[in-house]
Design a protein around this ligand. Sequence first.
Ligand SMILES: [Zn+2]
Length: 291
Amino acid sequence: MGCGAKAPTRCHELRSGHLFQRQRERDLWGLDMLSTELGLRPPSQATIACKICDSASSLYGVVDLHRPCEFPGGARPPLSGVPVYYRRCPHCSFLFTDAFDDWKHDQFKAHIYNDGYQALDPEGLARPRNNAEIVANLWAPFKTGMRVLDFGTGDDALASVLRANGFKEAMACDAMAPDLASPQGKFDLVTCFETLEHLPDPAASVAKIIEYVAEPGAVLYSTLTLPEDFDRQGMSWWFVGPRSGNISIFSKEALSLAWARHGYRTVSFNPGTHIAFRTLPKAWGLTALQS
Ligand SMILES: [Zn+2]
């Protein structure tokens, strides 16, 4: 006998606890929502144009919608049953999905950037301050004359640290809702940390960023590029995580092409951190990057 008459109270408690846990999982992960209910674009065997270079791109691999990049504390989210197919461009190797191409800003907020998202990235809240301190240190000699725009979540966290550090001007705008904020004029430096991989149309955002960059000027940005052994790792590579919002993953070639379309060069400090520019201000002493 399992939950028999001898222990009805205890059984009820267990069931209530179980139900509570299930409800919590539903709240956090959006269980029971199928692909069509979520408004995801259905996959197709037909090729579609690479979002960076327009080359015909076939399906490459698939992961569950609830797969995050990391599993804090080892906790694995329940599978959603909703497949997210990615494509890989045969020319520039860009890895991307069109599943979210019909989503609006509020759908990303509801299903990806919700309370469950923050739980998967507990260190995320400290990241803007850390990035701001890097920028503040690198550009310290020039800060009193610099305008900086943080093109990212729209959160003022990074910009406020720069202002507190004595930068002439620093402000933020939202990459997923660029029309909400309308920064005026050009900026000596535009920062864009861990943003491009989250955008369904990153090429459009590169074009938007460039509208804000002074000449001379630069874009300091981060997005992790595909590793050398990606063909071996395939979709098992940790960075392929739709639950973490990673839906547009660049190769080094794709990054170069995305900026080159606008006459920009991009130089990588490491696989995740890069600087893009047409002409760098001579005073910054980074002219070696232009050679
Ligand atoms: Zn391509």
